[in-house]
Design a protein around this ligand. Structure first.
Ligand SMILES: NCc1[nH]cc(CCC(=O)O)c1CC(=O)O
Length: 315
C-alpha cells in the first residue's frame, strides 16, 4: 500500500510534510507519496481575509481527503481551528518542535539592543501586544507572506521580525535567530510548533492506525490543554491570546495570557494538573488536559479577559 500525504506547496509545508513522510516510512515500512494541493490562498493575490481567512488552507486539504486525492494531510496545528471537524480525525500529533517565538534582527541584536523607534515586522495581534508591552517605543509594521519573504525584509526596510522558532528550524533558518522569547513571559499561539496529521474518520480504514504510530503523547497533552483555552474563550487564531503548556515532572503546567491590543493590559494565569506520566495515549489524560485548559479559560474570563480584547472572529 502507498500512503499519499497531502500538503500545501509552501516551503514550510513541504519541509514539515517531508519529515512526516520519513517518519511514516520508518514506522510503517509502507511507501509514501507526497501530493501537493494548491489552494486559493496560495494562488490568489487578494488578502486572506477577502477569500475567507486562513481556513481556506485547511478546507482545501480536507477537500483533497474527501475527494480521495490523498490519504492523510499535514497541518500546522496552530492554523487549525479548535472546533472539531465532523468526518475528520487528528490521528497523530508528532513530537513538537520548539514552541517559542524568535526574534530575527539585523546585526545580531536582541530586543533590548534595538534602537529607539526601531521598525519590527509582525502581523499577529498577540505578537504586537507582547512587543508593545515591553518596548512601547518600537514601530510595529504589519507584514504578511511566507517565512523567507519576511526574513528578506530585515536589512531591507525593517530592523527585525518575530517568527515561530519551529518554522525557522524546519526550514533550516535558525541562523537568522538573534533572540528567543521565554514562554513564561511570552506565551505563544496555542499549538505552535506542533503538527496535526489528519485523515478521514473512517472505522473501516487502517490508515488512522498507521498514522497513530507517530503520535507523541506529551506533545498531544500540551497542545490539547493550550487549544482548550482558545476554544473555551471562543477565540480565533488571530486573537491576542497566548498559551503555553509543559511538563514539570508528572505535572502538566499551563499558562495563558490575554492582552489588550495595545499591550498595556494583560491577564496572565497559571494552573497545573497531576498524573501525566508514562507514554499513555489514553483518553483519560487527554480529557484531563482539556479540562485544565477549560478551567484556566474560565478563570481568565472571570478576571475580565473578554473586556481586554476582541477574542472572536477570523484572521
Ligand atoms: N501562521 C503562519 C504559521 N503557521 C505555522 C508557522 C510556524 C510553524 C509552527 O508554529 O508550527 C507559521 C509561521 C510563524 O508564525 O512564524
Amino acid at each position: 500500500m502507498t500512503l499519499r500525504i497531502g500538503t500545501r506547496g509552501s516551503a514550510l509545508a513541504l519541509a514539515q510534510t517531508g519529515h512526516v513522510a520519513d517518519a511514516l516510512t520508518a514506522a510503517t515500512g509502507e511507501d509514501v507519496e507526497i501530493v501537493t494541493v494548491t489552494t486559493q490562498g496560495d494562488t490568489s493575490r487578494e488578502s486572506l481575509s477577502t477569500i475567507g481567512g486562513t481556513g481556506v488552507f485547511v478546507n482545501a486539504l480536507r477537500d483533497a481527503l474527501l475527494d480521495g486525492a490523498c490519504d492523510l494531510v499535514v497541518h500546522s496545528l496552530k492554523d487549525l481551528p479548535t472546533a472539531p471537524a465532523e468526518g475528520f480525525t487528528i490521528a497523530a500529533m508528532p513530537m513538537r518542535e520548539d514552541p517559542r517565538d524568535a526574534l530575527c534582527a539585523s546585526d545580531d541584536r536582541s530586543l533590548d539592543d534595538l534602537p529607539q523607534g526601531a521598525r519590527i515586522g509582525t502581523g499577529s495581534p498577540r505578537r504586537i501586544a507582547q512587543l508593545k508591552r515591553i518596548r512601547p517605543d518600537l514601530e510595529v509594521v504589519d507584514i504578511r507572506g511566507n517565512i523567507d519573504t519576511r526574513l528578506r525584509r530585515i536589512d531591507d526596510d525593517l530592523d527585525a521580525v518575530v517568527l515561530a522558532a519551529a518554522g525557522l528550524t524546519r526550514l533550516g533558518r535558525l541562523d537568522a535567530v538573534t533572540g528567543l522569547f521565554d514562554l513564561d513571559t511570552w506565551p505563544t499561539a496555542p499549538g505552535q510548533g506542533a503538527l496535526a496529521i489528519e485523515c478521514l474518520d473512517d472505522d473501516e480504514s487502517s490508515i488512522a492506525g498507521s498514522i497513530a504510530l507517530l503520535d507523541h503523547a506529551p506533545s498531544r497533552w500540551q497542545a490539547t490543554a493550550e487549544r482548550a483555552v482558545l476554544r473555551r474563550l471562543e477565540a480565533g487564531c488571530s486573537a491576542p491570546v497566548g498559551a503555553a503548556a509543559w511538563l514539570d515532572d508528572e505535572d502538566l503546567v499551563l499558562q495563558a495570557a490575554v492582552y489588550s491590543l495595545d499591550g498595556t493590559e494583560m491577564i496572565h494565569l497559571e494552573s497545573r494538573a497531576e498524573g501525566f506520566s508514562g507514554d499513555g495515549h489514553g483518553r483519560e489524560l487527554l480529557q484531563a488536559a482539556d479540562a485544565l485548559g477549560v478551567s484556566l479559560a474560565d478563570e481568565l474570563i472571570e478576571a475580565g479577559a473578554a473586556d481586554l480584547a476582541p477574542l472572536g472572529g477570523a484572521a
